[in-house]
Design a protein around this ligand. Sequence first.
Ligand SMILES: C[S@@+](CC[C@H](N)C(=O)[O-])C[C@H]1O[C@@H](n2cnc3c(N)ncnc32)[C@H](O)[C@@H]1O
Length: 266
Amino acid sequence: MRNDIYAQPQTGTSLDECEFYHTCEIPGIGLVEGQWDLRHGLAQYLGNYDFTNKRVLEIGPASGFLTFHIEKTAREVVAMDLPIDLKLWNFVPYDRLRIGNNPTPQGAEVEKSFRAHIERIRNGFWLCHEKFQSSARVCYSATDELPKELGMFDVAVLGSVLLHTQCPTKVLECCADLCTGSIIITELLDRTLGDAPICRFLPSIENDLWHTWWNFTPQFFTQYLSVLGFTTLTVSTHKQVAFNQEIELFTIVATRPSTMSRMNQK
Ligand SMILES: C[S@@+](CC[C@H](N)C(=O)[O-])C[C@H]1O[C@@H](n2cnc3c(N)ncnc32)[C@H](O)[C@@H]1O
């Protein structure tokens, strides 16, 4: 297996270079505040999945609260995030802004401050990585082109990431290709969507939302994961604290039959 697909761990990061997506107690530093506080609901956020001895692919770790929790029991965690280049994010291609693609002056400004924010979150990840003495490896790559050299995983975790992807079905297909066992998906629950297998397109010229594409129903994923060959599907809902309020989410744990797992390992 090639090792150069993994990022060199960043060390010596100082707290003032960081931002945190997750509230977290960092060894030797103490409590840092993030937008999301998953400390009391992490097991539900991860569908109560038992990671013991599993090889885990985590898509979109942000500041890594899930990563450092999962690796306490997992055999190995590989975290994937987007490279800090033109593929920094699946920006919604507003003609007026053109973020990430010959941006207008306003788009360039949005992109610059967003890039700085993402870099500070990444610094937060690496600071935690060092302080938790983590051995999780990180690969920066587009998630719809996951390198085959990563090898196969027992489980893939996609926590609050598919809402940010232009083509969530493609990302899921790529994860499924590398995954012999289970896929765990956590997303915001919008009960107004009902229970059909649908997603809602969120950006509009009124709201200028350029970083988020979709809200999904759980049925959107359960139906698609069935198509992808996952036969055991559990859906749970839970509330987490974010932005100083309670937010409702759903988590799906989808598992392949073991014969399918063996076919994919070949
Ligand atoms: C909202 S945070 C979720 C953090 C963490 N997974 C959790 O559940 O708390 C989204 C993460 O997904 C990453 N991300 C955003 N768009 C992505 C994309 N198109 N493909 C892969 N990762 C993406 C971000 O860089 C960030 O690490």
